[in-house]
Design a binder for this molecule. Structure first.
Ligand SMILES: Nc1ncnc2c1ncn2[C@@H]1O[C@H](COP(=O)(O)OP(=O)(O)O)[C@@H](O)[C@H]1O
Ligand SMILES: [Mg+2]
Length: 276
């Protein structure tokens, strides 16, 4: 299978008043076309930084990011981004919010065709009847559905999601995971999701990138999720491998994320050096 995204020796250093701050270094990652990867790790390890660099919204300090063989140099419609809150314009309808991007990306299509595209994606996320509603008339979950429709409607190569369901209640979260997975499978799009939710990461992903704590975070471990697609939630939850994976990742986050893989293992295991 072809490689859609490659991060090569990626590093990020923020210039701060107190001097340079190294978030992560030597980050190497390849994501296959159509693959779904999640990034998990404690707050501050640089997850949003990686994602915003892939989105082209954050300068690359060292290394490079290749998308479909081309080096990333700024944002573009080949990447659809979904954040925790979808930043919709409050004074226009859900449909018009989706159309904002569609009109730009499909500028050669007719007005009717563009409207068709936007309506199609709104109906795919379950908002066919709410297309004319303004964001203020929608629940938080519905607004995030608009955010997902807006990202997919650009028909991007890659979907970048930064804790998109972080503000939602557990039930809405599950509904939106299902919406996301349905569209992802339909469009065979490559997806990168940041999440704090271990269960969510396991249920949606092909691979989970576990990051060690920052500063100077690194990829501590990459976990492959074995469940076949399409996945049925009940079947996955009942599978003993689900519990094993869950335990494994929680153990990583609780016990191992502060250890440095790049140090000799013996040194990393010593509690005093791990705490340093
Ligand atoms: N613009 C910035 N300037 C300086 N430091 C930043 C900036 N953005 C993020 N950081 C720092 O970089 C680290 C990683 O941030 P972030 O990528 O947001 O982490 P995460 O998403 O994993 O919680 C944090 O320590 C954060 O404080
Ligand atoms: Mg973040």
């Amino acid at each position: 299978m072809s490689i859609q995204l490659e991060c090569y020796n990626l590093a990020k250093t923020y210039e701060t008043k107190r001097g340079p701050f190294s978030v992560f270094r030597n980050l190497n990652l390849k994501v296959r076309t159509g693959e779904f990867v999640s990034i998990i790790g404690h707050s501050g390890c640089g997850k949003s930084t990686v994602l915003s660099m892939v989105a082209g919204l954050n300068e690359i300090s060292e290394g490079a990011i290749m998308l479909a063989g081309k080096e990333i140099d700024g944002p573009g419609p080949d990447r659809g981004v979904v954040f925790q809150s979808p930043c919709l314009l409050p004074w226009i309808s859900a449909l018009n919010n989706v159309l904002l991007g569609v009109d730009q990306v499909f500028s050669h299509a007719t007005k009717a065709q563009r409207r068709q595209i936007a309506l199609h994606y709104l109906s795919q996320v379950g908002l066919a009847d709410a297309a004319s509603k303004k964001p203020t008339e929608l629940s938080q979950g519905m607004r995030q559905r608009v955010g997902i429709a807006r990202a997919f409607a650009l028909e991007p190569k890659m979907l970048l999601l930064d804790e998109p369901f972080g503000m939602l209640d557990a039930l809405t979260r599950i509904e939106l995971q299902d919406v996301l997975l349905k569209l992802w499978a339909q469009k065979q799009i490559t997806a990168m999701l940041i999440t704090h939710d271990v269960d969510e990461a396991i249920f949606v992903s092909d691979r989970i990138i576990c990051m060690t704590d920052g500063p100077e975070a690194e990829i501590g471990e990459v976990v492959t999720v074995p469940f076949e697609r399409p996945r049925d939630r009940k079947t996955v939850l009942a599978d003993p491998r689900f519990r094993e994976l869950r335990q494994h990742i929680i153990h990583f986050l609780n016990e191992r994320s502060h250890m440095r893989r790049s140090l000799p293992e013996a040194a990393a295991r010593t509690p005093s050096s791990a705490a340093a």
